[in-house]
Write a protein that binds this ligand. Sequence first.
Ligand SMILES: [Fe+2]
Length: 204
Amino acid sequence: MTRDINLSYSPKEIFELAGNIVSRLSDENASSFAAGLPNVNSLSLRELAPSLLPIINSIKSVGAVSESTSELVAAIKDTYEFQAWRQPYSEKDIGATFTNGSAWFPIADVNGPIVYTEGLVEIMLLNSGITYPKHSHSPEELYIVLAGQVWWEADGAADSPTWKKAGEFIHHLPHQEHAITAGDDAVLILNLWRGGSFEMPNIT
Ligand SMILES: [Fe+2]
């Protein structure tokens, strides 16, 4: 069987579910991200071979969802074995605990199944208790917790450090240093970048 026959949610449907979550957030920065998302029908598609990593089995045990995130999480659980999961960090730079305990797959970006050159829309999976250490990057960023909860810390953010749970979002300005640690369950996060360049974050 081909990928298309198996997929209960197409890349475009997943993109639209992600966009709906962003557009429902009542926040100026989130609204601005939502307004900047392209019409998915204007973007081209690329067939990507699935790429699987051992960590992705944690999808089955992610933490609680919220009303706004449940459908996207269901779509991720239905399609995760067909996504192009990646681990962009090397063990040498960040340590094996992190590289074995985290992974991403693209929804839309320069190399994604939806070809999007102006920003990035991807899903991050963190195993329970895993810390994504303090890092920064030039693109402005929105994280929306889809399942589970994270302990979030960001330099200069008045409401940090705090827990962020499913349905809640985190906004980072360009170059703002930030870190998150997954709670007792595995965590799924919708991650958006805009502006800046497609770069590896600086771990600080
Ligand atoms: Fe980040």
